[in-house]
Design a protein around this ligand. Structure first.
Ligand code: BGC
Length: 375
């Protein structure tokens, strides 16, 4: 079968031939790939950045945002049957720490986890994949056109969930409401695919959303944000440290810029008892210059919380599937519009390298859904 592989540390990426994987244990599921999304991590990998091959191998098959259709199951599999749609999660636990042993490899203590398509395990940019049922999340056929957004939505779902758990615990004496986000003001910094996923999720949870980016307001991403009820601020005309003068202080910040300097400066706009979750993974090692001590002073004097969030658990993937279904009901055209291009796998180069300001989610198309599989 065909797969897209890189040689980590180089810019060599190619379509290669590898053996088609087969179900070889009772708890395994084989999936025929339909689409695989491209994200910043993939682009970092193909430009020679962060990526590790599986032990003993020279190449890494990339891809971690998959969506496919079940073609074979081991005898013990109950979650899905042939013809069903689903995605495999990204991370596999270290098998040693208590987080991984409890099924929460997204919180792994040792760092000895693997991630399919990123760290020490082959990914999903291939015609077929096989993995354990416990890493599989079933996606209902009703949302198959946007099923490929499950993984990026799971990253947003985890980050928001973490923040809500913390807020619920520390503000319980006076913030009684079930949903802390209802009526709160949230800032989404960076309205690329992850930021927009967060904007959808935050709107679903009743928050007012302000999006920050550095593109013209008339372009696709700000317009999409506005269609789901958000407002847009162009960071080129409003410096981050003056943001609060334009949109007021915010209760929640979802950061998805991956620009370290902005990540720090955003503390300035966080309101009293607010929470700030960073999901962008900055690259490079340029020194940062921070004006003075005021950011940390504000964080302390306003009881701010700043946390990082990466990856997602099975629960967050399930929440992501529910959120996508809710989006398809509430904003069908808008959630569909997140997928801006579907590129055939033979043209993978275009998917990996073309990157316009109007692009949101580009997917690599491996095959079409097969209705016959159900029979
Ligand atoms: C993926 C996560 C992964 C992270 C770190 C992101 O692009 O969506 O699943 O944990 O990269 O490697």
């Amino acid at each position: 079968m065909k797969a897209i592989a890189i040689e980590p540390g180089t810019t060599n990426v190619a379509l290669i031939d590898v053996d088609e994987p087969q179900v070889s244990a009772p708890d395994e599921v084989k999936i025929k790939m339909l689409q695989v999304g491209i994200c910043g991590t993939d682009r970092e990998e193909v430009s020679g950045g962060r990526a590790d091959v599986p032990p003993g191998e020279k190449k890494l098959i990339i891809g971690h945002e998959m969506f496919g259709q079940v073609v074979d199951t081991g005898s013990a599999v109950t979650k899905v049957k042939k013809g069903d749609y689903g995605v495999f999660m990204v991370r596999r636990g270290c098998g040693q720490c208590k987080a991984c042993l409890a099924g929460r490899s997204d919180m792994c203590y040792t760092g000895a986890y693997t991630e399919r398509g990123i760290k020490g395990a082959n990914g999903f940019q291939a015609q077929y994949v096989v993995d354990k049922e416990r890493y599989l999340v079933k996606v209902p056929a009703e949302i198959k056109e946007i099923g490929v957004l499950t993984e990026p939505m799971s990253v947003a779902a985890k980050a928001i969930d973490e923040a809500l758990i913390i807020q619920k615990a520390r503000l319980q004496d006076f913030e009684k409401e079930e949903s802390w986000l209802e009526g709160k003001k949230a800032l989404v910094a960076g309205i690329g695919a992850i930021g927009l996923m967060a904007a959808f999720a935050l709107r679903l949870r009743g928050a007012t959303v302000v999006g920050l980016d550095v593109v013209d307001e008339g372009t696709r991403r700000p317009q999409l944000l506005k269609k789901i009820g958000g407002t847009y601020v162009d960071g080129r005309s409003v410096p981050v440290t003056s943001l609060d003068e334009v949109c007021g202080e915010v209760d929640f910040i979802f950061e998805a810029t991956g620009v370290a300097e902005i990540e720090f400066e955003l503390i300035d706009v966080l309101g009293t008892n607010g929470i700030y979750v960073a999901t962008g993974i900055p690259g490079g090692n340029r020194p940062l210059t921070l004006e003075d001590a005021s950011l940390m002073k504000q964080l302390v004097l306003k009881n701010g919380v700043m946390l990082g969030s990466v990856n997602a658990s099975l629960h967050h993937f399930e929440v992501a599937v529910e959120d996508l279904a809710a989006c398809l009901e509430k904003w069908p055209d808008e959630i569909r519009a997140v997928i801006t291009e579907r590129i055939l796998y033979e043209n993978f180069d275009a998917a990996l390298h073309n990157h316009s300001a109007d692009e949101i989610k580009v997917t690599v198309q491996w095959s079409e859904p097969d209705e016959q599989l159900h029979t």
